[in-house]
Ligand binder design. Sequence first.
Ligand SMILES: O=C(O)CCC(=O)C(=O)O
Ligand SMILES: [Fe+2]
Length: 212
Amino acid sequence: MTLDAATLNRLIDGLVDHGHFVGPDVVDAGLCRALHDELDHLAAHDGLKAAGIGRGEQHQLRRDIRGDAIRWLTRDSQAQRDYLALMDDLQRQINRTLYLGLFEFEAHFARYPPGTFYRTHVDSFQGRANRVISTVLYLNPGWPDDGGGEMVIYADDASRELVRIPPESGTFVCFLADRVPHAVLPTRHPRASIAGWFRRNASLGGHVDPAR
Ligand SMILES: O=C(O)CCC(=O)C(=O)O
Ligand SMILES: [Fe+2]
């Protein structure tokens, strides 16, 4: 499975012109269904862990900031391997056209129970920017208009809302990880997604950011 050329061009243009890209129906419905089934199974069998904020020793649970439960992808199902192969292909294409030197991709399933959200944040900090591009794939078929749970992308200085994205199955979003403030609005239904990051394993002052 690969991304079609037209989508790829729009994605690259979006990143260059606006710092973000939003596309409906980017990922095949069958693959989204398989990933959603896997996440449902994990949720039903205690396979998810409450997500925190901060890395390493700074890691802490803050349900007032983010309320999702996650599991890192490890290639242990065909659906995971298919999605990661798609992201491998995307990494190659971005490196070929934008010379970003992306080196690896890390991603986790995320499930937001009703009533949860993720407050406005950026995914990496300038100068420590090992996460270069953020990605999100949504897995919820037929998301209702009043379901909440939209992702909002804000202007650089967080003053203005630029787009509001319902988490409809197949919709794929990517953006510059150190520059784009974004949030998940409170959801009314269980909300399933895969959040991922293309990383550059830069060593800054001899310090290499841990993988997760
Ligand atoms: O699920 C989303 O729409 C965004 C999640 C997010 O911002 C994150 O996990 O860093
Ligand atoms: Fe984020």
